[in-house]
Ligand binder design. Structure first.
Ligand SMILES: Nc1ncnc2c1ncn2[C@@H]1O[C@H](COP(=O)(O)OP(=O)(O)OP(=O)(O)O)[C@@H](O)[C@H]1O
Length: 410
């Protein structure tokens, strides 16, 4: 991407806080001059530069987002965010991305019966995340922070990854992710192009699907529904999950716990944990404390309930302690796409064929009236939050849930 458009805090006012992480605060923002009734709000992540390491991490995340934002929006990866603009003041760094009104996969799962997703819903979201990770890896970027909280639901109901501050550039690309088409597409842009206006089509990502004893995958695209999220009741204080020096503890791979370095395979491990959590409503290695969690990660095998099937087989192959034995290590995302669980998935038509399980309700009203007193100034927010008794601001429905904290090692 060329230089992203400059934002202006005189004109861009916050409607509410969407979320708070270790590093930044994310606001729902609109341009009061061009969009006074907030028909097209966007998300603005704001980082206080004085916070430890915040400046470096924010610049890194902006850099990654620039890489993910080709000049032609039609070539934007459908499951990765587009950088809409940036802003720098002596105190703050901020950048804008599209607003995802459907909250995140953790919140969505929490509102399902028994707090779990059905296999077809799991297949839908995993397919999209797999494509997003494949594209990141093809750019040499290892994501390192895969967890449900970082998978947001767009207006369309499709998933998107957020939060790239823990990602790293491994300089080399996994050989399997250098797709044949990269030779034809400059800068490794994803293998999709505009087919019709606003509809993107993947092509040449269709895997060779092996015959397998498990017949779990969808033969025909069928829509899988999930319960809608009851908006504004999304506090997760009792479900908080903290992030350790190596990312979110329950998602950390054995090689990272051992300090053996890391490769793209850490993302495939986390992909396995994510799948397990979507299926059973909990992660497989969680202990009473960090020490026990890490011991479980190193020594315990994941427990599966019920009959083995393609989904449990997939999880088992992703949760191999030895990264070299892990699904995806040698063959990257293509190898995972070929697993029986994904049989029948039309990778070239992901954005078109399947109806997303959950489509956020449209906010047709005037968003600015939704919270009193309406707009607020972001600079004032940070100034008042420095004061001993900060002025109260519209609360975030998501602000309490599992946090990211600092990440210094690995
Ligand atoms: N585009 C968006 N649309 C809607 N909500 C968003 C968007 N981006 C972020 N959020 C909300 O803000 C929260 C914090 O964002 P993000 O994870 O990017 O911040 P962070 O400070 O890097 O957090 P972490 O501690 O996880 O590193 C997210 O969990 C999500 O709830």
């Amino acid at each position: 991407m060329e230089k992203p458009p400059e934002l202006d805090l005189e004109k861009h006012k916050a409607i509410r806080i969407l979320g708070k992480g270790a590093m930044g605060t994310v606001f729902l923002v609109h341009d009061i001059s061009t969009d006074p009734t907030a028909r097209s709000p966007f998300a603005l992540k704001v980082v206080q530069r004085s916070k430890h390491d915040a400046d470096r991490r924010a610049r890194w995340e902006i850099g990654v987002l620039k890489t993910l934002s080709p000049p032609d929006p039609a070539l934007q990866h459908p499951f990765l965010p587009r950088l809409l603009g940036c802003l720098e003041t002596p105190d703050l760094l901020a950048w804008a991305v599209p607003f995802c009104p459907g909250s995140d996969l953790n919140v969505l799962r929490y509102h399902q019966n028994d707090h779990v997703f059905s296999p077809s819903v799991i297949r839908f979201y995993l397919s999209e995340i797999l494509c997003a990770l494949q594209y990141l890896h093809s750019l040499g970027i290892v994501y390192r922070d895969l967890k449900p909280e970082n998978i947001l639901i767009q207006h369309s109901g499709h998933a998107t990854l957020t939060d790239f501050d823990l990602s790293r550039n491994l300089k080399k690309k996994p050989p399997s992710e250098i797709l044949a088409d990269d030779k034809k597409v400059p800068n490794s842009l994803p293998q999709f192009t505009a087919r019709r206006k606003h509809r993107l089509k993947f092509f040449r990502w269709i895997p060779v699907v092996p015959d397998n004893k498990y017949n779990y995958a969808l033969k025909k695209a069928k829509s899988a529904r999930v319960s809608p999220v009851r908006r504004r009741k999304l506090s997760f204080s009792n479900e908080e999950r903290s992030n350790s020096f190596v990312g979110t503890e329950e998602y950390v791979s054995p090689e990272v716990v051992r300090g053996d370095g890391h490769e793209f395979a850490v993302d495939w491990w986390a992909f396995g944990i994510l799948t397990y959590e979507m299926l059973y409503g909990r992660t497989p290695f969680k202990g009473k404390n960090r020490k026990e969690t890490f011991r479980n990660v190193l020594t315990k095998e994941p427990k599966f309930m019920g009959q083995p099937n393609a989904l449990t087989d997939l999880i088992g192959r992703l949760l191999q302690k030895d990264p070299e034995k892990r699904l995806g290590y040698h063959g990257g995302a293509c190898e995972i796409k070929e697993h029986a669980f994904f049989r029948g998935v039309r990778w070239d038509l992901l954005t078109e064929v399947l109806r997303p399980p959950f489509i956020p309700p449209r906010d047709d009203g005037d968003l600015t009236t939704e919270v009193s007193p309406g707009n607020f100034d972001i600079r004032e927010y940070f100034q008042s939050s420095k004061a001993p008794n900060p002025k109260s601001m519209p609360p975030s429905p998501l602000s309490d849930h599992r946090r990211n904290v600092s990440f210094t090692g690995y």
